[in-house]
Design a binder for this molecule. Structure first.
Ligand code: NAD
Length: 473
């Protein structure tokens, strides 16, 4: 069992001043896999003050030197690739064979991507007598969820370091290992002391300290909408910049003239990936009434292709839910869907065949779902797909937009041109057209209650930049 007994503050490994620990459970075996010593208020404040002190030097370090260090971090992430994979397998139950592709490759690419963008920080725009500079926002506090631990961390840290910001980060309680490895990597490559600081703790306890501290200039939060609102409230009195990356209930429109087989396969696999614990999963599939039976038959057979089980087994495509709490939340929604009158096409609340322990949930598909049902409105965050039907395209667009969320969306139509016409009418921060996948170049973030910031792409770095105008006489 891994024992994490130290925090990483001001370039040093430090024992927390409090004597509280939490236990991390391997969700596939239900056996403890790590203990973590938790930070108290004093530890968090030391980390913030270290970041404040380090900001003076790091923000003034030439961008090319910051880029050199960031590329060294990427090299070291490659050296620690297997450790990063194991961290996800152990704490999330992600199938080992696909963990690198799902969780590690993109963060390494992102470190190099933002190292390149760092150089743009030194571009000065001249408009007559006005000079416009880009400057770093300052000390940033990061609070992350457990569903893509490394991806979420690097999506914030890489653009922040590139811009010249310093960082205090708090991972989710369930997934501290990837962050720990990253702290070891930053230490090894010689990132200056205080530029990256790592604390551990419960969100409800140390989250408000990070969000409310007057020496923090910006807080970037990824997680549930409920906690995101708390973060924004705590940050308001000090007028911090707040970036919220929150939940979703994304719609996916399949048109009658689309390649139905390809469209349904893409949609079902999208929802089942990462055991359904993906904020931008296309969990509401909207299909023409006339194609319903064809879609239902295809969806059942694609869900049944999933191999649910031991993450260490090469054939496994779907592991357990990340925690007992998450499994119980998903089962509650499945029971609710049945009670609301949706038709359970496949899956349900029983343990999948072949496993007798672990927080597993069967790949589950509901049809005959209507927009007013709880399972169509709330984020389930598990391998549960809802199929809704529509009679005309405008009805599909209206159903898609009838949500408090607006994180992502998808369209599979006859061709790209028809799909783009629909995509522009969907109120969501992203739209995946004709079966496309995540791109590091694509700004990622929500409309409505899915959030207000952007990560990834050049826009993801803008979040960490202040604009200074110097007007010359
Ligand atoms: P969560 O909100 O419970 O926890 C996320 C993080 O917030 C954890 O580190 C937790 O400790 C912390 N936290 C909890 N209460 C807090 C508070 N009052 N103040 C400050 N921090 C607090 O969410 P979760 O269950 O870990 O993650 C799942 C949610 O995250 C889903 O809703 C999912 O859609 C969302 N998510 C969004 C994105 C995105 O980019 N939009 C990406 C991944 C996950």
């Amino acid at each position: 069992m891994k024992v994490i007994s130290e925090l990483y503050i001001n370039g040093k490994w430090q024992t927390p001043t409090a004597d509280h620990t939490l236990t991390v459970i391997n969700p596939a075996t239900q056996v403890p896999c790590a203990t973590v010593s938790l930070s108290n208020k004093g530890d968090v404040e030391s980390a913030i003050l270290a970041a404040r002190e380090a900001f003076k030097g790091w923000s003034m370090t030439p961008a090319k030197d910051r880029a050199v260090l960031m590329n060294a971090v990427a090299d070291e992430m490659e050296n620690r690739y297997d450790d990063l994979v194991d961290a996800h397998v152990m704490t999330m139950g992600c199938p080992k064979k696909i963990t690198g592709a799902f969780h590690v490759d993109c963060p390494i690419e992102a470190m190099r991507y933002y190292a390149k963008l760092a150089l743009q920080m030194e571009e000065v725009e001249e408009k007559g007598s006005v000079l416009i500079y880009k400057e770093a926002v300052g000390v940033c506090a990061f609070i992350n969820p457990w569903n893509y631990p490394l991806h979420q961390l690097i999506g914030k840290v890489a653009p922040a370091l590139a811009a010249g910001c310093t960082v205090v980060t708090k991972p989710a309680e369930q997934t501290p290992l990837a962050d720990l490895i990253m702290a070891e990597i930053f230490h090894k490559v010689g990132l200056p002391a205080g530029v990256f600081n790592l604390v551990f703790g419960h969100g409800s306890e140390i989250g408000p300290i990070l969000s409310g501290h007057p020496q923090v200039d910006m807080v970037s939060f990824t997680g549930s909408t409920v906690a995101g609102i708390e973060v924004a409230k705590a940050a308001a009195p000090t007028v911090k910049r707040v970036c919220q990356e929150l939940g979703g209930k994304s719609a996916y429109i399949i048109t009658e003239d689309a390649d139905i087989a390809a469209a349904v396969r893409y949609g079902v696999e999208d929802v089942m990936g990462n055991t359904g614990q993906t904020c931008n999963a296309l969990t509401r599939m909207l299909v023409p009434s006339r194609c319903y039976q064809q879609v239902a038959d295809l969806a059942i057979s694609i869900a049944q292709e999933q191999v649910v089980g031991d993450p260490l087994n090469e054939a496994t495509t779907m592991g357990p839910m990340s925690s007992k709490r998450q499994k119980e939340a998903v089962l509650k929604y499945i029971r609710e869907g049945v009670a609301e009158g949706a038709q359970l096409l496949v899956g349900g609340t029983d343990m999948p065949g072949g496993v007798d322990k672990g927080f597993y949930v069967k790949p589950t598909i509901f049809s005959r779902v209507t927009s007013d049902m709880v399972i169509a409105r709330e984020e389930i965050f598990g391998p549960v797909l809802c199929i809704l039907t529509y009679d005309c395209l405008q009805e599909a667009i209206d159903i898609a937009n009838d949500s408090e969320y607006g994180l992502s969306s998808g369209v599979f139509a006859k061709d790209k041109v028809s799909a783009l016409n629909i995509a522009r009418q969907l109120r969501a921060g992203q739209c995946y057209v004709q079966g496309s996948y995540f791109s590091i170049d694509a700004p990622f973030g929500g409309y409505k209650q899915s959030g207000n910031g952007r990560e990834w792409g050049a826009e993801g770095m803008s979040e960490y930049i202040e604009t200074k105008a110097v007007i010359c006489g």
